[in-house]
Design a protein around this ligand. Structure first.
Ligand code: GDP
Ligand code: MN
Length: 398
């Protein structure tokens, strides 16, 4: 789960990390009155979306930049008016962008150096890892590609926690003199504690600013939380903002479907995560692009199959649907009933390829046949994938 920068900033501050003073606004008037309340000499106005790269992004109407430095409350109002209600497009949002409903007004920090700091879960070593770089303000992926030695990755033993020597090592790598390690070490411990206490999957501070006075301040933060642990953090769950989510993912979550939207045009309904991933790979291998991952699971009810199938049908980017089911606990006849029910009120608008094997397959095929639905049957997996790719590109299958 993602949250906004202003929310991340509040959580970091509560954990003991220095962040710029700031207040969120939902209207341009509110933004101006916040600015008037503070006697700062200038103001940062920052569009709030669940994505990074805002500074270099642009709005749907051509207005440039999701992060602005301005001088007067009137200018705060003008910039906020341009941002709120607009859609911000960055390299992290995809071409459709994300809607802006709020802006963060904060006090500019005088930056001496910009650093990068992140804490992520490293699945290959099975522990949290702290990633640090002196090249802050840049994408870490770019640094990793062009200048990998500029990045230090420090693994933290999950039961020992961050050790003082590790915090010092990271701080020295980040260029702090050995006489000025207190501030960066405090920040590292505070950020690490937040990562553990809130079950984060990522804490990313970019840039972490070193101020002219030698202090450290988190100018921009991105927090991600482990969805499987959210039940332990109701206060975090309450920070979710559905306007920032893919509407397909929201519909799927509502029905507890194991669904992930992708950017292709072949809708996939599969049972079992392994078979679902193999299906995506196979589609890709024969030149297709899946529109989603969807594992309807072993214990799916007829109603869940119906909901899942409607979700695929309702996705405008879907040009063909591939149903790939190996009937085990989920029986083929139940699946067929679910599909027929989904098509009852909304007749299929795209070709549907069905590959079905396993428990009650004959009963399932009979239900589909008697339904009168125009389905394209397939026996083998490769055959199914090829037929789906052909159908999605508007060609007739072999
Ligand atoms: P992002 O583009 O979404 O990562 O948004 P950031 O909040 O990181 O802002 C982009 C860039 O704006 C940063 O890398 C900084 O260089 C600059 N910036 C952000 N806040 C401040 C600030 O308070 N003072 C100054 N001087 N620059 C800032
Ligand atoms: Mn940033």
């Amino acid at each position: 789960m993602n949250i906004h920068e202003y929310q991340a900033s509040e959580l970091l501050a509560a954990a003991g990390v220095t962040v710029p003073r700031g207040v969120v606004a939902h209207t341009a008037e509110e933004a101006e009155s916040i600015a008037r309340n503070f006697s700062w000499s200038s103001f940062m106005v920052k569009a709030q979306v669940h994505a990074g790269g805002r500074g270099k992004g642009h709005f749907q109407d051509g207005f440039k930049g999701g992060v602005h430095l301005v001088k007067t409350p009137q200018q705060v109002r003008d910039i906020a008016a341009k941002m709120i209600g607009n859609t911000l497009i960055t390299h992290q949002t995809g071409p459709e962008g994300k809607p802006v409903h709020a802006v963060l007004i904060c006090e500019p920090t005088e930056i001496a150096r910009e650093l990068y700091l992140a804490i992520v879960l490293d699945r290959s070593s099975g522990c949290p890892v702290i990633v640090a770089s002196r090249q802050g303000g840049m994408e870490i992926e770019t640094v990793a590609e062009k200048n990998p030695e500029a990045i230090l990755r420090e693994k933290v033993h999950p039961s020992l926690g961050l050790q003082p020597y590790q915090a010092r090592k990271l701080s020295i790598f980040l260029g702090f003199p050995s006489t000025a390690l207190r501030a960066p070490c405090r920040l590292l411990h505070a950020a690490y504690r937040l990562f553990i206490d809130k079950d984060c999957s990522q804490v990313e501070i970019n840039p972490l600013a070193v101020t002219k006075g030698g202090d450290v301040c988190a100018l921009d933060a991105k927090l991600n939380f482990d969805d499987n642990a959210i039940f332990r953090h109701k206060e975090i769950e309450a920070l979710s903002d559905p306007s920032q989510e893919d509407p397909r993912d929201l519909a799927a979550a509502e029905h507890h479907l194991n669904y992930i939207g992708l950017d292709g045009n072949i809708g996939c309904m599969v049972n079992g995560a392994g078979l679902a991933m193999a299906t995506l790979d196979l589609l890709q291998a024969v030149g297709g692009r899946p529109a989603n991952f969807l594992d309807v699971g072993g214990g799916a009810s007829k109603q869940m199959v119906t909901v899942a199938f409607r979700l695929l049908q309702g996705d405008p980017s879907v040009k063909a649907i591939l149903v790939n089911i190996f009937g085990g606990i989920l029986k083929c006849d139940l699946l067929a009933q679910g599909m027929v029910a989904a098509c009852h009120n909304a007749p299929p608008r795209v070709p549907i390829i069905v590959r079905m094997q396993g428990t009650n397959v004959d009963a399932g095929r009979k239900i589909l046949k008697e339904s009168g639905l125009a389905l394209i049957p397939a026996e083998g997996l490769m055959e199914a994938a090829e037929k789906a790719v052909a159908a999605a590109s508007g060609k007739k299958g072999k």
